[in-house]
Design a protein around this ligand. Structure first.
Ligand code: NDP
Ligand code: 2IT
Length: 459
């Protein structure tokens, strides 16, 4: 049953009217911000059961408050390229909600970044961070800077200029950024160096995803991908399935994708396809992850070069075709809206058993309905990719203690957190009458804690 059909069955008159009106207001107040509207709509539809059973959330106008960020900062980022030309990009930080802890969320450097993208990501981060059970609020940031084709020194100068402004708004107890698309340990390093110069103190906990030699946490790099697979593994086990001997398709070939593939392989799966923004590779015999890692992490090359070294693999131009490959488990780990209704229908007709969202909002609302209608085990992004921010919070904890935990310790905590998120989401889906619908379960479980904190604090 789809998100909409399920909620229509509940006793929901007042709640429905409330969210209909509020959604209209959100659209009017944030014109043209389609990604933000989409993220809000999914959460609103999911919350109808909890709003109808707990009128206090409507009386206290909690959703009216939640959809308005505490602040959205937009700023100029001037920098100089290697030829001495001045370039200007636009930087953002949205500090969405700090009811349960300091703002926390990644920075994305990609030409598509705008207020809508940053706000959808920041809004989702509120619920995701709440689900982790850690004391972190929701934030997000980035710039419309394209790191592709830039030299190392250009990246450094951009990061320094970006941080010169951002530093005024962040701090270890205020707002703690990390990586996202286009931002990895190198960029975090340059930004940390600049922050340190500007504040004149070694505040290790101001950024997470740092290098291991200066306050970074072991297993942060692996955390999002591993966490996603841990979560999907829980779902599979609940129905007597497993990764072992399953065929897996993973989109993207960046941080989340690579470590989702690594953990799936460790659990005995065969990964047959991955992609970048230009196209995808299909390797029926099973992808060689060492080659992908070298190409993408070390040599900064395109995924199509994989077939130069593995001549029995094929490369196909364009991204969406990856979902036409038959698989048991699909892990979208590239970007938003990469699975539309049509791709979802093809996945279903090819017999997909489970979908785990490693990326943020990779499935359209229509695609989610196709998966739920067809009883595909569906792990929504806010739950399935929460492992990254969870280990970021563990990095903050280590920085505060001035201690470093072993890889095994951090990985065990990550595994435990993903298990708890799974249990919480399942429980909420059962309590609110939609057992197994983890979209509704995760959204409600994340929402309740934040909503109660906002009411208690009068914010
Ligand atoms: P990376 O920059 O490391 O990798 C992104 C990958 O996705 C690349 O293969 C990239 O291809 C591809 N990609 C990016 N944009 C597009 C696009 N518009 N169309 C098609 N492919 C695209 O980023 P991450 O792996 O960190 O992030 C991937 C997703 O996971 C994002 O949705 C992010 O928000 C989410 N996420 C990340 C977390 C983290 O800890 N890093 C935590 C939770 C979620 P190309 O190289 O060609 O650009
Ligand atoms: O979307 C996400 O959760 C991230 N990009 C990670 C955020 C973080 O603070 O580690």
């Amino acid at each position: 049953m789809s998100i909409v059909q399920e909620v229509e069955q509940a006793n929901t008159g007042i709640a429905h009217d409330y969210i209909d009106q509020l959604f209209e207001t959100v659209q009017k107040r944030n014109p043209g911000e389609t990604e933000f509207h989409q993220a809000v709509k999914e959460v609103f539809l999911s919350l109808i059961p909890v709003l109808s059973q707990n009128p206090k959330y409507i009386e206290h106008a909690v959703l009216d408050r939640l959809v308005e960020p505490d602040r959205l900062i937009s700023f100029r980022v001037p920098w100089t390229d290697d030829n001495g030309n001045v370039k200007v990009n636009r930087g953002f930080r949205v500090q969405f909600n700090n009811a349960i802890g300091p703002y926390k969320g990644g920075l994305r450097f990609h030409p598509s970044v705008n207020a809508s993208i940053i706000k959808f990501l920041g809004f989702e981060q509120i619920f995701k961070n709440s689900l982790t059970g850690q004391a972190i609020g929701g934030g997000k940031g980035g710039a419309d800077f394209d790191p592709k084709g830039k030299s190392d020194l250009e990246i450094m100068r951009f990061c320094q200029s970006f941080m010169t402004e951002l530093s005024k708004h962040i701090g270890p107890d205020t707002d703690v950024p990390a990586g996202d698309i286009g931002v990895g340990a190198r960029e975090i390093g340059y930004m940390f160096g600049q922050y340190k110069k500007l504040v004149g103190a070694y505040e290790a906990g101001v950024l997470t995803g740092k290098g291991l030699g200066y306050g970074g946490s072991l297993a942060r790099k692996e955390a999002t991908g591993y966490g996603c697979v841990y979560f999907v593994d829980e779902m599979l086990k609940s129905k007597g399935h497993s990764f072992n001997r399953s065929t897996v398709v993973v989109s993207g070939s960046g941080n989340v994708s690579i470590y989702a593939m690594e953990k799936a392989l460790q659990l005995g799966a065969k990964v047959v396809a991955c992609s970048d923004s230009s196209g995808y590779i299909y390797h029926e015999a099973g992808i060689n992850l060492d080659t992908v890692k070298r190409l993408k992490e070390v040599e900064n090359r395109r995924i199509k070069d994989y077939v130069l070294e593995h001549t029995d693999a094929i490369y196909v131009e364009g991204c969406s075709g990856i979902w036409t490959i038959a698989c048991d488990i699909a892990l979208p780990c590239a970007t938003q809206n990469e699975i539309d209704k049509e791709s979802a229908e093809i996945l279903v007709s090819n017999g997909v058993k489970a979908v785990g969202e490693g990326a943020n909002m990779p499935s359209t609302l229509e695609a989610i309905d196709v998966f739920l209608d067809n009883k595909v085990l569906f792990a929504p992004a806010k739950a399935a990719n929460a492992g990254g921010v969870s280990v970021s919070a563990l990095e903050m904890a280590q920085n505060s203690q001035r201690l470093s935990w072993t890889f095994e310790e951090v990985d065990a905590k990550l595994h435990q957190i993903m298990h708890s998120i799974y249990i919480e989401s399942v429980k909420a889906s059962e309590v609110y009458g939609v057992p197994g619908n983890l979209v509704i379960g995760a959204n409600i479980a994340g929402f309740v804690k934040v909503a109660d904190a906002m009411i208690a604090q009068g914010v």
